[in-house]
Design a binder for this molecule. Structure first.
Ligand SMILES: [Zn+2]
Ligand SMILES: [Zn+2]
Length: 272
């Protein structure tokens, strides 16, 4: 089986509002997104398909065929539109990133020959994207940033062993990074709000549990969690999972960029 993907961009306007709700209720649930005149995004859409390699042609499927199918949906139904006003589906469904990705899945599935739809990723901006694979679940990923100092040093190793293993990262005074944290939740979008999880609640939990603890701190010196634990990014990812999981039941994955080059993922204990 070979997996391949095609990228496409489109722009659309929308608002998040439930008609039956008062202005106050909409504002409380959706915040700025409820503004009645709307706002908009430049979306990035990745469509991934899978299929068997054709030994004669050397391809699974002509990628221009995939592009044509994507365009026939996106150009006609989403690009350049005000979704709530111009697309019948979003007159009754809130056009959250989760609902748009579900809509795209239903519109594209079964439309491409010689391959199967495998995954759709829709990026609303650099800090928010939704993904869907074959199940009914949608995954929503929110990205956060914090800046933190640390010193890589294990108290179960000798000073010499620490220096040899961690090199300059073992500098006694520490050094620092721009960390980018991805918090992914998984579930079915709520039939009324269109959200897998309330974003402002998610932001508030991450603020309380992670930002307040770690942002602009020295992990080894300022935090309980790393007083006796080596603050490698592996450990940071696990600690973040353990802090968030009790408050975010739909938590699916923690992704952590220590630098642009170093990325770590953790799916919780006993998974994968
Ligand atoms: Zn929006
Ligand atoms: Zn470091």
């Amino acid at each position: 089986m070979i997996y391949l993907s095609r990228k496409m961009y489109f722009s659309a306007a929308h608002f998040y509002r439930v008609e039956e709700w008062s202005e106050e209720q909409n504002r409380r649930m959706f915040g700025l997104c409820s503004h009645v005149h709307g706002h908009g995004h430049d979306y990035t859409l990745d469509v991934m398909v899978k299929g068997e390699l054709n030994s004669k042609s050397g391809i699974v499927v002509n990628i221009t065929d995939i592009d044509w199918v994507m365009k026939s949906v996106v150009r006609k139904e989403l690009d350049g539109k005000f979704l709530n006003k111009e697309n019948p589906f979003f007159q009754t469904k809130v056009p959250t990133t989760e609902n748009i990705v579900s809509y795209l899945w239903d519109s594209l599935e079964g439309k491409m020959e010689n391959c199967q739809l495998y995954k759709i990723r829709l990026r609303e901006n650099d800090f928010l994207y939704a993904e869907k694979e074959s199940s009914s679940m949608v995954r929503l990923t929110r990205k956060y940033h914090f800046s933190t100092a640390h010193r890589l040093h294990s108290n179960q190793l000798s000073d010499e062993e620490n220096l040899e293993l961690f090199g300059k990262c073992n500098n006694p005074y520490g050094h620092g990074h721009n960390y980018y944290l991805e918090v992914t939740v998984s579930g079915e979008p709520d039939p009324i709000t269109g959200m897998v999880d309330n974003l402002s609640t998610l932001d508030q939990i991450v603020d309380e549990e992670i930002m307040n603890r770690f942002d602009h701190k020295h992990l080894n010196l300022d935090t309980e969690e790393f007083k006796d634990l080596n603050p490698t990014s592996e450990n940071v990812a696990v600690v973040i999972w353990n802090l968030l999981a009790p408050r975010i039941p739909k938590l699916f994955k923690i992704g952590l960029y220590e630098t642009e080059k170093n990325y770590f993922e953790y799916y919780g204990p006993g998974v994968y």
